[in-house]
Write a protein of this length. Structure first.
Length: 245
């Protein structure tokens, strides 16, 4: 693995246009639970049954209780060396884009700026009536919260199953996927579309795909380098270590 890590590191240094796609596994070592796999459940419920417009329509209070639980938990989490390594490599590259499926905001906290929050942000709150959206980091005393302007239900500003990726996020990501020579895919199970197809589209164009994950995923076969291990250890090894803050 050592020599592969060095070769992958060389590909990163040589890349002129680099895209990084991250998922919940990158924040796992910060203490944020992943969606699938051990530790993903909440009150014995599969998060997938909560992250839908239907679940919200049927029981907004329960869905908000889950989000409030996650917001409380994430508020106490800090970026890990994986987030830091991604923020550092961005500063070395002219053409760079981080596409994250994570809604926790940890990439931004680590210093990433050229990033697209593909599934929105857990700190964004949107009115289901007037559409007003704002960032609210504090707890809501009453759940489900209501819009101070129009009284309609507020919802988390995230993308749920069956909903569209925000057009600007999709456009920026597809443009990058069409031109990057390197895609690093880290900590995602690669089962949720459209991000699950990113690796195939870059590999098909002859670009280099590097994968970092604890386990094999559907995109492992498309990757030139596929590393099994923790993102917090492998990303600094591939991308170079960030200076201590
Ligand atoms: P998942 O929970 O599906 O997958 C997490 C992945 O991270 C798994 O493949 C794990 O093997 C891997 N993993 C866990 N810990 C790791 C570590 N320390 N280092 C490296 N890899 C690790 O999360 P996502 O792929 O992000 O969407 O899920 C995609 C989307 O499904 C989420 O954005 C969310 C969810 O439903 C919506 O809510 C729309």
């Amino acid at each position: 693995m050592e020599s592969d890590l060095r070769a992958a590191g060389r590909s990163v240094r040589e890349s002129r246009s680099m895209c990084v796609l991250t998922g919940a596994g990158v924040s796992a070592e910060s203490g944020v639970p992943t969606f699938r796999g051990p530790g993903g459940m909440w009150r014995n419920r599969d998060p997938m049954s909560l992250a839908t417009p239907e679940a919200f329509a049927a029981d907004p209070k329960t869905v908000w209780e889950w989000y409030q639980w996650r917001r409380d938990l994430i508020r106490k989490c800090a970026p890990n060396p994986g987030h830091a390594a991604i923020a550092r490599i961005e500063r070395e590259k002219g053409d760079f884009l981080l596409v994250t499926q994570n809604v926790d905001g940890l990439h931004r906290l680590a210093g990433s700026r050229k990033l697209v929050e593909f599934h929105g942000s857990i700190w964004a709150v949107r009115c289901t009536g007037c559409g007003r959206e704002e960032e609210i980091r504090s707890d809501f005393p009453l759940l489900p919260p209501r819009c101070p302007s129009c009284g309609a239900l507020l919802r988390p500003g995230v993308v749920w199953f069956g909903e569209q990726i925000p057009p600007s996020a999709l456009e920026a990501s597809l443009a990058m996927l069409g031109r990057c020579d390197l895609l690093l895919v880290a900590g995602t199970s690669s089962v949720v579309q459209p991000s699950a197809s990113f690796a195939f589209s870059v590999a098909q164009r002859g670009g280099t795909v590097i994968e970092v994950n604890l386990e094999e995923t559907p995109v492992s076969g498309a990757a030139r380098f596929s590393f099994r291990g923790k993102a917090g250890e492998l990303l600094p090894a591939i991308l170079g270590r960030a200076d201590p803050p």
